[in-house]
Ligand binder design. Structure first.
Ligand code: PLP
Length: 392
């Protein structure tokens, strides 16, 4: 075929999936040098979905929830999200502004499609979740990176964001706690950003708060708590990380009134509705006991210590303490390696899967992402293998 399909030449990738596939292929061959593969590459909790959530899905299947649902999401589930949001943030959102979507990613897909077109600028964090830039380029809009730096503990800076707004800016994407850095932006910085945004009433904001429950110091501050931007704020959240449900494909978004119906129409056109039993499971996650989430967070906090101390003890590696999510983003510049060759060699030669910082943006060079969603034993073993490799 000779047709050019330009937008699809611009669409990008999420290399974590490619690394996962390579790691799985190596695992199927028995690992590397007889040792099992340790996957610190993929961003998903190594915990099972809590039992009561699984039971709710099984019950939904038995209760014949086999058909299409409301494209916006089952009303009871949207009410559940509204209750949960009120409990977490103190903000009363209407269930009619909540859209249930098949995974957190789908909200960024919808929001970027809505605002992206040739001539539009969209601001996004670099390093950041790779799909932001990929989707911006897909729409023909211009991606404008917001620098996320180690010097600023991987938080975004209000001034860095505001300085990049031009008359072409349509949408700003923010992410805290952040992938791939674990950075958490302090409230004072968010206050300053929102205050600055008041001078730009036509610029929309997509706040990706999927790691909202995963903070180790300061509590998470939701952009929903700022009334002055509510009429242009799209909130991204979901079940994947908090309840270890990445494979269930369950996310939610909160939309301003003017945009909600556009997003609903996209749902009708693209996916009709989200898997019905998964939605009932999602409601059980929101309303049910949160002990499993607490147990997982306690484990992540312990592993964070292990990972940060272990990385700092490696030759040429230094790592600041991530304040959120389950990622560390160590600086590997003193090892003499570039990030992607290092990540590739570590997988091929030691069986440890990690992601090179450049897979998250050009400013990720010199860093690698280490997911500590793995057992303490696996983390210790991985650190040992990396030490031996770097000392060679
Ligand atoms: N946003 C960020 C920052 C993420 O890291 C991820 C997943 O890794 C997502 C969104 C997408 O989540 P989901 O798997 O629910 O689509």
């Amino acid at each position: 075929m000779t047709q050019t399909i330009a937008a699809f030449d611009r669409i990008g990738e999420e290399n974590a999936f490619a690394v996962l596939a390579r790691a799985q292929a190596l695992a199927a061959k028995g690992g590397v040098g007889g040792k099992p593969i340790i996957n610190l590459g993929i961003g998903q909790p190594d915990f099972s979905t809590p039992e009561h959530i699984i039971e709710a899905a099984v019950k939904a299947l038995r209760d014949e929830h086999h058909g299409y649902t409301d494209a916006r999401g089952i009303p009871a589930v949207r009410e559940g999200v509204a209750r949960y949001t009120l409990a977490r943030t103190g903000v009363d959102v209407s269930p009619d502004s909540v859209l249930i979507v098949p995974g957190g990613k789908v909200t960024m897909f919808a929001a970027i499609l809505m605002f992206g077109e040739p001539g539009a600028d969209i601001l996004y964090p670099d390093p950041g979740f790779p799909i932001y830039r990929s989707m911006i380029e897909f729409t023909g809009a211009s991606p404008v990176p917001i620098p996320i730096t180690q010097a600023n503990a991987f938080a975004f800076k209000a001034d860095d964001v505001l300085a990049r707004i031009t008359p072409s800016t349509r949408l700003i994407i923010l992410n805290s706690p952040a992938n791939p850095t674990g950075g958490v932006t302090p409230k004072a910085e968010i206050d300053a950003l929102v205050e600055g945004l008041e001078a730009h009433p036509d610029v929309a904001v997509l706040s990706d708060e999927i790691y909202e429950r995963m903070t180790y110091g300061e509590d998470h501050v939701s952009l929903l708590t700022y009334p002055s931007i509510r009429d242009r704020l799209i909130l991204l959240n979901g079940w994947s990380k908090t309840w270890a449900m990445t494979g269930w494909r369950m996310g939610w978004s909160v939309w301003p009134d003017d945009l909600y119906d556009k997003a609903r129409k996209l749902a009708v056109n693209a996916w009709s509705c989200v898997n019905a039993p998964a939605q009932w499971a999602g409601l059980a996650a929101l309303d049910g006991p949160q002990d499993d989430v607490d147990t997982m967070m306690t484990a992540f906090a312990q592993r964070r210590r292990l990972v940060v101390d272990g990385l700092n003890a490696l030759p040429g590696v230094s790592c600041i303490e991530p304040q959120g999510a389950f990622y560390a983003f160590p600086d590997i510049r003193q090892t003499g390696w570039q990030a992607k060759p290092l990540a590739n060699s570590l997988l091929d030669e030691t069986g440890v899967a990690l992601i090179g910082g450049p897979d998250f943006g050009t400013l990720g060079e010199g860093f690698i992402r280490v997911s500590y969603a793995a057992s303490a034993e696996q983390i210790e073993e991985a650190l040992d293998r990396i030490r031996t490799f770097l000392q060679r």
